[in-house]
Design a protein around this ligand. Sequence first.
Ligand code: FE2
Length: 433
Amino acid sequence: MTFDLLVKNANLVDERTGIDIAVNGGRIVAVEAGISAEAARTIDAGGKLVTAPFIDIHFHMDATLSLGTPRLNRSGTLLEGIQLWSELKPLLTKEAVIERALRYCDLAVSQGLLAVRSHVDVCDDRLVGVEALLEVRDLVKDYLDLQLVAFPQDGLYRSATAENNLLRALDMGVDVVGGIPHFERTMEDGRLSVRALCEIAAERGLMVDLHCDETDDPLSRHIETLAYETQRLGLHGRVAGSHLTSMHSMDNYYVSKLLPLIAEAEIHCIPNPVANIVLQGRHDTYPKRRGMMRVPELMALGVNVAFGQDSCMDPWYPFGNADMLDVAHMAVHTGHMTSQDAVKACFRAITENAARAFGLEGYGVSPGCNADFVLLDARDAIEAVRLRASRLAVVRRGKVIAETSPRSTALLIEGRPASVKPWRYAPVEHSVS
Ligand code: FE2
C-alpha cells in the first residue's frame, strides 16, 4: 500500500513515543509504531512532538494588524481601546479588513494555528467587518477554519442599532451569538442582554460566546446569569463565557457557589491571558490585580477551559504573533500553573479543549481524524510551551502547507562547543540511606 504522507518516529501529546502516522485522502489512517510502507512523502519527525493544530478560540480579526490606526492606545486600558476602535470603525473599508485578515491568516498558518473563532463587531450599520470576514472565511477555508461571532461591541442596548445589526449579521451567515453585558448601561440591562442573546441562540440553534465580566469590578456577575439562562434554555455545552476577569477579584465565598454553577451548565470558559494581563488592574495602585479568571480551580471542577489570544497588534494589545504557545506560556505564569500536570493542561487549553468549545469535528491525531497536525521542534508538550517551539511542519488535510527551519545558534566562544544543545529536565533519583 502507498500512503500520501507518512510521518516516522513522532512523539505524541499522550506521551507515546516512536509513533508513525500514515495519511491517505486527507485523513489519518493509522497511528502506530513500525509502519513500513511506501509514501508519496515521508517526514522523519526524529523523536519530536506531533500535535493536532493550535486553535485560537477568542480573537478579533476585524481589528488585527491595525495598530496605530488612527492612533496608539496611550493609557493601555480596555476602555481607551474601545474608544480608539470606535474612531477607527467609520474609516474601515471592506478591502482593508480583508487585506489585514488574510495577512493574519498567513501568519496563523505558519504558526500551526489552523482554527480561529473571531468576534466581529456589528455596531456599524454598514456591517463592513461582517461582510469582509464572511468573505475571508470562504477564502481561507481550505487551510484555516474561521468561525465568526456577531459581537455588539458598543452594547446590545447601549448602541441604538446593535440588536438589529446582530440579527442581520446572523442572517448573513455569522456562526455564533456574541454580547458584552458588563458594557451595557446598567447591571439590569446587562442581565436582560444575556437573556435576549441566549434566547436568540436557542431559537436559531446557534452557539453563544459572550465577552462577560471583562472588568475588575468584583460585583460584575453576569456569568451567573449566563449559567442560569444556559440551564433554563437547555443550551448545555453550546455556551462560552469569554474573559471572566472579574472572577479574579470576586469574594471567595461567592466563587465557591459560582464555579459549580458554571460546571453544571457546561459553560466553556475562555481566559485571554496575554491581553488581560496588560488590560486589567489599570485603575489599581499597589497591589495591582492581574484580572485572570480562576483557571486551576475551574479545571479542577472539570470545566472546559480554553485559552484565547484575543488581540494581535490592535487597539487593545500592541504585541502578538499568532503564537498560541505564547498564550499558554503566559497562562502558566499568570495562573501559577508550573507543575508538570498544569503545564500539560495549559497545552490542552490551546488544542483539544479549544476544539471542544469550537465544535470542531475530525480533530486529533487518531485514525479517522482529519490529517491536520503540526511537527514541533520540541519533544513533548512541556518543552513546547517552555521553548515556544518552532513549527517545523504544518500539515492540513495531508498536505504540508508551511515549513520552518529548526532554530540553531552558533556559539563563538573559544573552548565551548560550537552549538547550544537544548537542555531537558530529567528527574534525578535520590537514594536515602
Ligand atoms: Fe475579546
